[in-house]
Design a protein around this ligand. Structure first.
Ligand code: SF4
Length: 252
């Protein structure tokens, strides 16, 4: 079932491969997904906070900080009404304070002046216009908060998509990034609700099974669809594994 050549406009992913991959991936997610607090909400603000925290920080460190931060700032309005220094203080322990400063700027923009009635937009293009929101975060908030049918590619997703559909692809090049976003869009289920599960499952597979440190193909639910497993290529790279959710370079 697996393919070995990179998908392209003239060489699309066969529908049987796309459908089987998606079904197996989502079925596995139903059995194996971690119970994480941001998966229990559709509140766009809470989803955004979790995504910003996860960009540079491991899940285990984010969970308690996420809860503590939301006790201090339970809404986007409460962030917008605070000083940047107070938001950075509540962010302490996570580092990369640009994320906190951007969150404050975003909250001010969205909640002041009657813009958007204090709510985050549901479409990735509108989300990307806000401070500190890149392509990945826009897709994540749209999909995980609003169940908008939106693709997303972070480092975990990029690794899985490359290994399954295009092992020869160069992920660090602009062309490689574009190709990964095209693959993510091509395999996205039609329904936004199913796309929510699909996107969560792709990230979970990259965090738990198809990691940077090792590809545990014998345990992988999509191995029959995977070009890397089929070719028995040494599954790559990265001497140090991570479960951090670093956004992949945004697609144009
Ligand atoms: S079969 Fe192996 S290389 Fe392919 S997605 Fe699964 S873990 Fe990754």
């Amino acid at each position: 079932m697996a393919r070995t050549s990179a998908p392209s406009l003239t060489n699309p992913i066969p529908s049987t491969l796309r459908i089987t991959f998606g079904r197996r991936l989502r079925a596995w997610y139903g059995r194996a997904a971690r119970d994480l607090p941001w998966r229990r909400t559709r509140d766009p603000y809470r989803i955004l906070v979790s995504e910003l925290m996860l960009q540079q920080t491991q899940v285990a460190r984010v969970v308690p900080k996420y809860r503590e931060f939301l006790r201090t700032f339970p809404t986007l309005r409460s962030i917008g009404a605070a000083t940047p220094a107070r938001v950075c203080e509540a962010w302490e322990g996570l580092g990369y304070y640009a994320r906190a400063r951007n969150l404050h700027r975003l909250a001010e923009q969205v909640t002041r002046g009657g813009q958007r009635k204090g709510t985050l937009p549901a479409h990735p293009a509108e989300l990307r216009a806000l401070p500190g929101i890149g392509a990945y975060t826009a897709g994540a908030v749209a999909s995980f908060a609003y169940e908008t049918r939106a693709a997303l590619v972070d480092t975990n997703v990029a690794r899985v998509l490359r290994r399954v559909f295009a092992p020869s692809l160069q992920p660090r090049t602009a062309a490689g990034q574009k190709a990964l976003w095209r693959i993510a869009e091509a395999i996205l289920p039609r329904s936004g609700r199913t796309a929510w599960t699909h996107n969560q499952a792709l990230m979970e597979l990259g965090a738990l099974i198809c990691t940077a440190r090792e590809a545990r193909c014998s345990e992988c639910p999509v191995r029959s669809c995977c070009a890397t497993a089929l070719r028995a290529l040494p599954a790559h790279a990265g001497s140090r594994g991570t479960r951090k959710r670093t956004p992949a370079t945004p697609s144009p």
